[in-house]
Design a protein around this ligand. Structure first.
Ligand code: FPP
Length: 246
């Protein structure tokens, strides 16, 4: 696939890409409404766009891509909408498993998978297992994920180790705490993208995003094309990261 096509208008320095890009895939419902279609059609278009963007990230050499597919709060949506999203995920994973040997994309899931439909939960675990040894791009799908929930779980597990006499409170460092998160072992995101026009964090990667650069755009997720991603990468490259220094 050519990386430099005629449609590429935005200049990106592909030698200095962010290692880890995270995306809140927002605006599916509004995209569908604007077209007079049901919200579920927006999610289908969103899932399709996820394929396009994940493949592009792999092709240009992004090491980690983390996407917010379903939050701990999304269960409040109508049953039909929830089951459509679950079904889209199931279809996506079945397809990903087939292409895995060729693409060598490593897949991980962040979130408590236990309340998911049994078939989907098993597919998630199988996908993780098959791709354990792959060393290409790593795609992390946040499913039944909440940033505060993740922090609480890490805190609880450290407290339990203290109560069992295995660790002391003084031993708690940022590094030790990070090991209790779903993202253990993965570098923090450098660039967080939120399409869909809202400018908030929505409980996504709260701990990990401490020094991330944010990029917001009004474009809805199904319309967030490769060119839109290049705009985000270019904006990221124009910023200076100081990590609290001067
Ligand atoms: C937010 O848009 C989107 C979601 C809550 C679901 C995202 C799910 C997918 C893209 C499908 C499955 C994913 C994969 C990885 C195959 P919204 O519904 O909140 O949009 P709105 O704000 O316009 O209503």
């Amino acid at each position: 696939m050519p990386l430099f096509s005629k449609t590429q208008k935005t200049a990106v320095d592909f030698a200095h890409l962010p290692r880890h890009v995270a995306i809140i895939m927002d605006g599916n419902g509004r995209w569908a409404k604007a077209k007079g279609m049901p919200r579920t059609a927006g999610h289908a278009a969103g899932a399709e766009n996820f394929r396009t963007i994940a493949t592009y990230c792999k092709d240009i050499g992004i090491e980690y891509l983390t996407v917010y597919a379903f939050s701990t709060e999304n269960w409040k949506r109508p049953v039909e909408e929830v089951s459509t999203i679950m079904d889209l995920l199931r279809k996506y994973l079945l397809e990903a498993i087939e292409k895995m040997e060729r693409d060598r994309v490593k897949m991980r899931f962040f979130g408590d998978l236990s309340p998911l439909p049994e078939e989907l939960r098993k597919l998630c675990l199988r996908t993780e297992e098959i791709s354990t040894h792959y060393e290409g791009c790593q795609v992390n799908i946040c499913l039944n994920y909440g940033g505060r929930d993740e922090i609480l779980r890490a805190a609880r597990s450290f407290a339990a180790r203290c109560a069992a006499g295995e660790q002391t409170p003084e031993e708690l460092t940022e590094e030790v705490f990070s090991q209790g998160l779903w993202s253990a072992g993965i570098p923090d995101p450098d660039l967080m993208i939120r399409p869909g026009g809202e400018e908030r964090v929505s409980n996504f990667l709260l701990w990990q995003s401490a020094y991330a650069e944010y990029y917001f755009t009004k474009v809805n997720w199904p319309d967030f094309s490769k060119e839109e991603l290049r705009k985000a990468l270019s904006a990221y490259q124009s910023r200076q990261r100081r990590y609290g220094g001067i």
